[in-house]
Design a protein around this ligand. Structure first.
Ligand code: PEP
Ligand code: MN
Length: 277
């Protein structure tokens, strides 16, 4: 199903672009800088990264407790133990938590800690999962599938909206193309194209497409310049020894300068960084 015929008039919906509140922070009306490790590896690692990004003005903390890994033999996440660590990081820093839900059976556990429940690229078209999230009061971050069109992404979001949950954030994270020089092709045209189609906030993940940390900042600045409502970026206190996605993780020590430059470009694109309201 790829038709947009059954979607509300996009122009009418674009007028509704006022954003929404997530734990006291406005998403969609300012620039939301979400940062944190790919995965929660340990209490010490997660709290170190949380402290570092909180100190430099991140809007929210990311970190997966349930990881969708290409190989079933790779680290799959700490599960409930990871969620508890994220809960502690939230208490300690005040940062709202963004964490992934892989399996609908973990919904209650994840929703108890997450301010925003992430649906990963591989689950974008998991319609029962989206429907269940539509029945919760948690905001949803919906990542574009590896080969999904924008219409398919918007229709996936409709599965959540249709159940009454209006707080959905769309995320461009790179798609599969013929290009093999990097992991995925970051499709930044998705930002203006999605904004034309919907009233929903649109953010960019600049980490997974490059797969390399030196390309993360240029893609972040480009995303901010393109009018993205925010960024979700991977940061680690010791990237060389990260359990997952280390090569693309920004070092926590780099984050201050990075955040400052992203904020400067976001300001040029007239998106002020969201602060607590
Ligand atoms: C992630 O955010 O760590 C992740 C696995 O993302 P994606 O679903 O976009 O691959
Ligand atoms: Mn990752």
């Amino acid at each position: 199903m790829t038709s947009t015929a059954n979607l509300p008039d996009p122009i009418a919906r674009a007028d509704e672009r006022i954003g929404f509140d997530v734990a006291g922070r406005r998403v969609g009306a300012g620039f939301t800088l979400i940062a944190g490790p790919c995965t929660v590896e340990s209490r010490a690692q997660t709290l170190a990264v949380a402290d570092a990004v909180a100190a430099e003005g991140a809007s929210m903390l990311r970190g997966g407790a349930y990881k969708p890994r290409s190989s079933p033999y790779s680290f799959q996440g700490l599960g409930r133990e990871g969620l508890a660590i994220l809960g502690e990081a939230r208490e300690r820093t005040g940062l709202p938590i963004v964490t992934e839900l892989l399996d609908v059976r973990d919904l209650d556990d994840v929703a108890a800690v997450a301010d925003i429940v992430q649906v990963g690229a591989r689950n974008m078209q998991n319609y029962p999962l989206l429907t269940e999230l539509g029945r919760t009061d948690r905001a949803v971050l919906l990542k574009r599938g590896l080969s999904a069109t924008l219409d398919e992404l918007v229709l996936a979001a409709e599965y959540v909206l249709k159940e009454g949950n209006e707080r959905v954030i769309l995320c461009e994270r790179g798609i599969r193309t013929h290009e093999t020089a990097y992991r995925f092709t970051l499709d930044l045209l998705a930002v203006p194209a999605l904004k034309e189609r919907t009233h929903l906030p649109v953010i960019v993940d600049p980490s997974h497409a490059p797969g390399r940390r030196d390309w993360v900042e240029p893609m972040s600045l480009a995303a901010a310049a393109a009018g993205a409502d925010g960024i979700i970026v991977e940061v680690h206190d010791d990237p060389d020894n990260a359990v997952c996605d280390g090569p693309q993780a920004l070092a926590a020590s780099q984050f201050a300068g990075y955040a400052e430059r992203v904020r400067a470009v976001a300001a040029v694109a007239a998106r002020d960084v969201a602060l607590p309201v």
